[in-house]
Ligand binder design. Structure first.
Ligand code: ATP
Ligand code: MG
Ligand code: MG
Length: 348
């Protein structure tokens, strides 16, 4: 069987590795961290930095295709690997999706509408952006943010200095704060042959910038938003020439869907698809990067609910397992921290 190389070793890599194993593939994880939820369920692990050229070369020689579960990897590493082994999705998808300014401009160029924003490279830029957009607003680092990290909310111009320090005085964008009725995500997959499938859209509820739960199908009240956002998402995945899963997050507002951000990978708001769809986001990502046809994305139940299990609470496994509709997933992480994603539960 072929070997799939995955850059990054977290829970997304773990669930990709499990899907790959089900299909008879071997998985080789490459990541620098000591604790690797994905490494625990994979045949091989290379623990090395993404700037270690010798380790990257050995990894490229050991695998048949490379993918990633984490977008904050220097594209130098991806381009280096791509010279030696197929890498899906490609460096272009990664380069755009790892920079909030680039992804907003790219999606705007294809007819999408982000929240009003300004690039912020200095304190003076921030003051000018606040003067133009007004308050409330959100300051976000251009790169490396996830789970609401690298963000600061600005309620009045007096918050500017603290916000600029909170995000580490890094290149950023200031976004107008949108009032939305719902948040939702479009998750789609594109094969090497150019076939595109998308899953039923999830309505996502966030708490403190972290995904709390996903509800499928999304309420009928936002069907119009979903149709427009799905059409845009198809345009985006084609324009990127993306192979694999891509996720776009949106806000449903009175003026239509607002594009928030995208991820060039499987997504937390698609975890429900393991039991809730005929083919999960993980299986279709593996199919896509391995040059296979994509599987049916239709629901296996009338409604599906996914809740994240965060390190903030003590969870009652026995009660969850006693619930016949519940499917418990734990990621094997030993260190419990507030806000850390320890597992999730899906109810059909
Ligand atoms: P993820 O873990 O999804 O990658 P992230 O750190 O990249 O998160 P965002 O998705 O940009 O962060 O923001 C996190 C959440 O904060 C959003 O899902 C939404 O609830 C809220 N949010 C972000 N931007 C805005 C905005 N412009 N207006 C209103 N709410 C916002
Ligand atoms: Mg993000
Ligand atoms: Mg997000």
């Amino acid at each position: 069987g072929a070997t799939i190389g995955i850059l990054g070793g977290g829970q997304l890599g773990r669930m990709l590795a499990l899907a790959a194993a089900n299909m008879g593939y071997r998985v080789h994880i490459y990541a620098p961290e000591h604790e690797l939820p994905a490494g625990d369920v994979s045949a091989e692990v290379t623990r090395a930095g993404y700037d270690n050229t010798a380790a990257l070369d050995a990894f490229a020689a050991a695998v048949d295709v490379v993918t990633f579960e984490f977008e904050n990897i220097d594209t130098t590493a991806i381009r280096h690997l791509a010279g030696q082994v197929p890498v899906h999705p490609g460096a272009d998808s990664l380069e755009i999706a790892q920079d909030r300014l680039a992804e907003k401009r790219f999606v705007e160029g294809l007819g999408g509408r982000p929240a009003a924003y300004h690039a912020v490279d200095s304190r003076a830029d921030l003051d000018a952006a606040i003067a133009d957009l007004g308050c409330p607003a959100i300051l976000k680092t251009r790169r490396m943010g996830y789970d609401g990290k690298g963000q600061a909310r600005i309620h009045s111009p007096a918050d500017a200095a603290a916000a600029w320090d909170t995000i580490g005085q890094r290149p950023a964008i200031l976004e107008a704060f949108e009032t939305f009725s719902h948040e939702f995500s479009v998750i789609l997959a594109r094969s090497e042959a150019g076939e595109i499938v998308s899953w039923p859209v999830a309505h996502n509820i966030h708490d403190n910038g972290i995904l709390a739960s996903s509800h499928v199908p999304a309420p009928a009240a936002i069907a119009g938003h979903i149709a427009a956002a799905t059409a845009l998402s198809h345009t985006v995945i084609e324009a990127l020439g993306h192979v694999g899963v891509l996720t776009l997050e949106f806000f449903a507002t009175p003026t239509g869907p607002i594009f928030n951000e995208m991820a060039p990978r499987v997504h937390n708001s698609g975890h429900w698809s393991i039991e809730g769809a005929r083919t999960s986001q993980f299986e279709n990502h593996i199919r896509a990067i391995c040059g296979l046809p994509l599987g049916d994305t239709r629901l296996t139940a009338d409604t599906v609910l996914m809740k994240n299990l965060l390190g903030d609470h003590v969870h009652d496994w026995h009660a969850l397992l006693a619930d016949p509709g519940a499917h418990l997933h734990l990621y094997g992480k030993s260190e419990i921290k507030p806000g850390r994603k320890m597992g999730h539960v899906t109810w059909l």
